[in-house]
Design a protein around this ligand. Structure first.
Ligand code: MF3
Ligand code: CO
Ligand code: CO
Length: 285
């Protein structure tokens, strides 16, 4: 299957879906504090999507081959949970770190994004892991331009994470996003420069590195000898794991981040063009 290329009105629709996905996170931000359960966060998000935005929560009932239907309207991945954590009734506690991953469907188009939150104070180590992971996502984003390759993105992310002493999860990756939730290409968060597919204007994909404080290995969550829920992934060594995600468009001049809203954290200083490159720089032949 080829990598879908979006044009004109399709890109406008993806801009709207992306902004709405980001606005769900804006709505949730003040809720994420000690004592609040991840189920309460899910319920607030579900209501906002369905009643205010008139979007569809893409994760609710999502069942790729080999998976049971996902039972919630977002994912909440706390501490050693790497990804796909299912909201439940455990209250968040001071010092927890939590990734909240929201995907909305608007007019048939998907906007997919996630942010990390530190509950209450948070240790220096937890803050550093989240910060380095945010920077790693942006190290990947700023590589996006026509003619670059997917391996350039993965290499930039891996280099930044490993220089900080952290590790990159290999089993899950970013993905094309559009009329389908997960489509081509796969966007690995590790790799070698100059390898894999060349980027072309109109491609839209997520960049969503999962970075572990300890070793990169993961496993299905069987903590407490519970039966596996079919989704939750944890670090094998129980070290903390962080993740940030944006949906990104390849433009003629470079990139445009689609999952942006009033509450989006600012890009790091090395991302000189912020959420989008508008200049069409003439590249040497
Ligand atoms: N939003 C996740 C991603 O970034 C996918 C979640 S699928 C779910 O690709 F079923 F676990 F919700
Ligand atoms: Co995604
Ligand atoms: Co996501």
């Amino acid at each position: 299957m080829p990598i879908p290329i979006k044009i004109g009105a399709e890109i406008d629709a993806m801009r709207l879906a992306g902004r709405l996905a980001s606005e769900v996170l804006d709505l949730l931000t003040p809720l994420i504090k000690p004592g609040v359960t991840t189920r309460q966060i899910d319920q607030a998000a579900h209501r906002h999507m369905v009643e205010v935005q008139q979007t569809v929560p893409a994760t609710l009932g999502y069942a790729p081959p080999g998976y049971p239907p996902y039972p919630a309207s977002l994912c909440t991945s706390v501490n050693e949970v790497v990804c796909h954590g299912i909201p439940d009734d455990r209250p968040l506690r001071n010092g927890d770190i939590v990734n909240v991953d929201v995907t909305v469907i608007k007019d048939g188009w998907h906007g997919d994004n996630s942010r990390m939150y530190i509950v209450g104070e948070g240790s220096i180590a937890a803050r550093r892991l989240s910060q380095i992971t945010y920077e790693a996502m942006w190290k990947g984003i700023v590589k996006v331009r026509p003619g670059a390759r997917l391996g350039d993105i993965g290499h930039a992310i891996q280099t930044h994470a490993e220089a900080a002493g952290f590790s990159v999860v290999r089993e899950f990756c970013g993905h094309g996003v559009g009329a389908r939730f997960h489509e081509e290409p796969q966007v690995l968060h590790y790799g070698r420069p100059g390898t894999l597919d060349e980027l072309v204007p109109g491609m839209i994909f997520t960049i969503e590195p999962m970075i572990n404080a300890g070793r990169r290995d993961i496993k299905e969550d069987r903590r407490g000898n519970r039966p596996y829920d079919g989704w939750t992934i944890v670090t094998r060594d129980r070290s903390l794991s962080a993740q940030w995600e944006h949906s990104v468009l390849v433009t003629d001049g470079g990139y445009e981040v689609l999952t942006v809203s009033a509450g989006s954290p600012p890009p790091p200083s090395f991302a000189a063009h912020g959420f989008g490159t508008t200049l069409v720089a003439a590249l040497p032949a």
